[in-house]
Design a protein around this ligand. Structure first.
Ligand code: BES
Ligand code: MN
Ligand code: MN
Length: 463
């Protein structure tokens, strides 16, 4: 396989910087024009890299970009999925440099430099590796099979319109394996391949007490304070062992085998480094499970935001009429996100005192996902990482969610291989998100090897 020429390296970085400058924030309609710009940018990049057909599909939400290079119907087809939309950069004041003015800086873990910008790792940088890998394969006459790209603009808001799109375009998207770089790996010296994603159920709750904000002296003590009530209710959602108290929540959760847990415990992990990196004095979680287990194979419930009452300068004595919270649950195989959303709703209503009313809004969700390691897509990825990193990658379940991945399997019938190159410390969704140049180029070198090994394994399996 060809290595990347220095001049190409610089050009690849410059191109990615160009893409990172477009604020493709899917959650905020103020950026709809930038989303469109981002979609055309990706379409153009796909066609320059060697896609013979490229299209933009408008949806009810943000457009989906499609591209293909089909060389022979008898060869396998890889479908690459990624997203060009990004999370809002807030809180912007915590960024050391503006989120849409990419700059390259060294970090402790990225001695060769990292690009700092919203979307650098999640997912523009990782998605762009696939476009450059295609360019490399086409330029060197090394593309061994058919390739299709589907790059969406609504991943960060739940991929609401992608499900319909894949149902309506099954033929067009037909493939043998789906390849995705939208996850991470353990470290730059110990690669890993993500074999699982958690599911998600995202809820919003509103507690209403009196019909208007009240003077807390005139009414305090005699009227339910929705903020007090909301926090009491939230506190009841975990028991003393940090287990979730919603009846039926753990029903169906398959307990991991001793073997799987022993295997997980072998992954290099330093609790001290973990605590140090995010500056916490101690970890916290479900009794009986390790930190790595807690953040990957166990379900969780977290408040993502909570608001109500007076939060401005100084003091205002008030009992607010309403209190709000956004609450999400990460789910594992055996849990169904819609069932969990209903169990949450029922339980949350049941623990409310008579003095308030409760409104519950269901946001998006999705099922958990597993890529088995005996799958040839997984094995091809394993060989590819082993070659470029010079060390065997380890399978590792990830704690994050990509809700569309299990739907790909349901609708298109194929497995997804999660070849991530980010690090947990790359600060995705946080201020100062970045992506290492080492990781970017390793990705571009590893992806063509995936294609090669995948096609070889398909052929071996035929014989
Ligand atoms: N790329 C992430 C998911 C991810 C990151 C998985 C790292 C594993 C490791 C994706 O863009 C994401 O942020 N997903 C959301 C869910 C979505 C419905 C908003 C998530 O996990 O919170
Ligand atoms: Mn992502
Ligand atoms: Mn994300």
């Amino acid at each position: 396989m060809a290595t990347i020429l220095p001049a190409d390296k610089q050009r690849f970085i410059d191109e990615l910087i160009d893409l990172l400058k477009i604020p493709t924030i899917s959650a905020d309609s103020k950026y709809n024009d930038d989303i469109k710009k981002g979609a055309s940018w990706v379409q153009n990049a796909l066609s320059k890299a060697g896609c013979t057909v490229t299209e933009i599909f408008p949806t009810k939400g943000h457009p989906i970009v499609y591209g293909e290079r089909l060389i022979d119907p008898n060869l396998p087809t890889v479908l690459v999925y990624g997203h060009y939309d990004v999370q809002p950069p807030d809180p912007v004041e915590l960024w050391d440099s503006p989120p849409f003015e990419p700059i390259i800086k060294k970090t402790d873990l990225h001695q060769e430099g990292a690009i700092f910008a919203r979307g650098a790792c999640d997912d523009k940088g990782q998605m762009y590796m696939h476009i450059k890998a295609l360019e490399m394969m086409v330029t060197h006459g090394e593309l061994p099979c058919n390739v299709k790209f589907m790059i969406e603009g609504e991943e960060e808001v739940g991929s609401d319109n992608l499900e319909l799109f894949i149902q309506e375009h099954k033929e067009k998207l037909a493939n043998d394996v789906i390849l995705i770089s939208d996850t991470g790996m353990i470290s730059n010296t110990q690669p890993s391949i993500t074999t699982g994603l958690r599911g998600l159920s995202y809820m919003e709750v509103v507690i209403t007490g009196p019909n208007r904000d009240l003077h807390s002296g005139l009414y305090g003590g005699a009227v339910a304070n929705p903020i007090n009530i909301l926090t009491q209710m939230i506190a009841q959602l975990h028991d003393d062992n940090n287990r979730i108290t919603i009846p039926g929540f753990y029903e169906g959760v398959e307990d991991s085998s001793k073997e799987e847990r022993a295997e997980m415990a072998k992954a290099p992990f330093s609790l001290e480094d973990y605590k140090n990196e995010i500056k916490i004095p101690a970890v916290h979680g479900e009794t009986g499970y390790t930190t790595l287990e807690r953040n990957s194979i166990r379900p969780t419930l977290d408040v993502n935001g909570i608001w109500g009452g007076y939060t401005g300068e100084g003091a205002k004595t008030v009992i607010a009429s309403k209190a709000h919270a956004k609450i999400s649950m990460r789910l594992v195989p055996g849990q169904d996100w819609e069932v969990i959303s209903d169990l949450f709703t029922k339980h949350f209503k049941s623990i409310a005192p008579e003095s308030v009313s409760v409104e519950i809004i269901k946001h998006h969700g999705g099922q958990a996902y597993v890529t088995p390691t005996d799958n040839i897509g997984y094995q091809a990825a394993h060989k590819a990482y082993a070659e470029t990193f010079g060390t065997d990658p380890i399978p590792q379940k990830g704690g994050g969610s990509i809700p569309i991945v299990p739907l790909f399997e349901d609708v298109l019938g194929t497995k997804s291989v999660l070849m991530g190159f980010g690090l947990d410390s790359d600060a995705i969704h946080s201020p100062n998100e970045h992506f290492g140049l080492f990781n970017f180029f390793k990705g571009i070198e590893t992806i063509p090897l995936f294609y090669k090994h995948y096609v070889d394994l398909v052929n071996e399996n035929k014989n």
